[in-house]
Design a protein around this ligand. Structure first.
Ligand SMILES: Cc1ncc(COP(=O)(O)O)c(C=O)c1O
Length: 361
């Protein structure tokens, strides 16, 4: 591909000659890109001597006033307009910018351990890259990694899954969004105890579902009151999102309370539970962690989400997963097959999964 720079109208332009049409200049197609600024970007097609092959135009307002060019419709989808940007991300980005400017900042926005990824994991990553594990992995993550995750869930959480009941994603955030998209129909209700992690309601909105926020009391240690839950379940209730240990409150649901919640959930065939257990290891005695799927009758209707960000200080590695009944997990996998591929790290753990095993034991 030939690249040429020219400056005919005080605007830097880059021309690309298409390699597909051969080197004959008569058959070359070139596309000029003017780079005035990000907000004033225009792509113009250039006619070849034989025929006009491309017409790509995204004109700025000023340029579009000229007679033969149309204005671009810059409206956004109602779905995007219904979603609020993540405040956690906004505050984190702001803190990063302040830190880069030399301002001493204590970051309390994103849930992030204050230590680096343990050296043994970092070395496994470096070694995997050196060994050439830099290509796409299977959509759901390597079999080795999913097998290791099954081992962890069995040993640590008392829940049995097979590798085809696990999908590994680029962070638990992606796992949760895909699950919400997979199970919610437009108009369904997603029950979220407050205070909540900011992304849950927005993910419900992205699925055209309605977040139903149930307040909790400081006197209840910010834990969901089962009676309040029961009185808010309707025929539209599709998903209850539980987060234990909780972001942002740090509260841990005791097993007895989860059992009461499970009894209520069990009466409603449509109601599923997404159990976000990403903070499982950030817990202080005497509190203990209970996986919701381990409770009687709950495996069939629970989607368990976990990951490596918090427990292993791997927030930037982007590695999370979901486990659940095959029907739901296959749906998550289907969505994932169209929205993103799994990153290198899956290979790393697939290759060196003894490290994962060492970490989870
Ligand atoms: C409650 C909760 N769930 C899920 C996530 C997403 O974690 P990950 O880094 O794996 O995407 C976060 C991250 O802040 C979180 O606080």
């Amino acid at each position: 591909m030939a690249i040429s720079l020219h400056n005919s109208t005080n605007i830097p332009r880059v021309g690309f000659a298409s390699p597909f049409l051969g080197s004959n200049s008569a058959s070359k197609v070139s596309i000029s890109v003017s780079l005035n600024s990000f907000s004033n970007l225009s792509f113009k097609s250039v006619e070849t001597s034989r025929q006009q092959l491309y017409r790509i135009s995204a004109m700025s307002k000023a340029e579009s006033s000229s007679s033969n060019q149309v204005k671009v419709d810059i409206s956004l989808s109602p779905r995007v307009n219904s979603v609020k940007p993540s405040k956690t991300v906004a505050i984190t980005d702001h803190a990063t910018a302040l830190a880069q400017a030399g301002v001493p900042v204590i970051r309390l926005a994103a849930g992030e351990p204050d230590f680096d990824t343990p050296a043994i994991i970092a070395e496994a990553g470096i070694n995997a890259i050196r060994e050439g594990y830099t290509r796409y992995s299977p959509n759901a993550g390597t079999l080795e990694l999913r097998t290791a995750i099954c081992h962890k869930l069995k040993e640590e959480n008392g829940i049995s899954y097979t590798p085809d009941q696990i999908v590994v994603s680029n962070g638990a955030k992606q796992s949760i969004l895909q699950a919400v998209l997979a199970v919610c129909s437009p108009g369904d209700e997603v029950i979220i105890p407050a205070p909540y992690w900011v992304s849950y309601p927005e993910m419900a909105r992205l699925a055209d579902a309605t977040p139903v926020i149930l307040p909790t009391l400081i006197s209840d240690n910010f834990l969901l009151d089962p009676e309040l839950l029961e009185s808010n379940i309707t025929e539209k209730s599709r998903l209850l999102i539980l987060c234990s240990p909780s972001n942002p409150t740090g509260s841990v649901y005791p097993k007895k309370l989860l059992e009461k919640i499970a009894e209520i959930v069990a009466k409603n065939p449509r109601l599923l539970v997404l159990s976000d257990e990403i903070y499982e290891h950030i817990i202080y005695a005497p509190a203990t962690h209970t996986s919701f799927a381990s409770l009687p009758g709950m495996w069939e209707r629970t989607l368990t989400v976990n990951g490596f960000s918090k427990a292993f200080a791997m927030t930037g590695w982007r590695l999370g997963y979901i486990a659940g009944p095959k029907n739901f997990i296959a749906a998550c996998n289907k969505i994932q097959s169209q929205v993103g591929c799994i990153i290198l790290i899956i290979f790393i753990f697939g290759k060196a999964n003894y490290i994962l095993r060492a970490l989870v034991q």
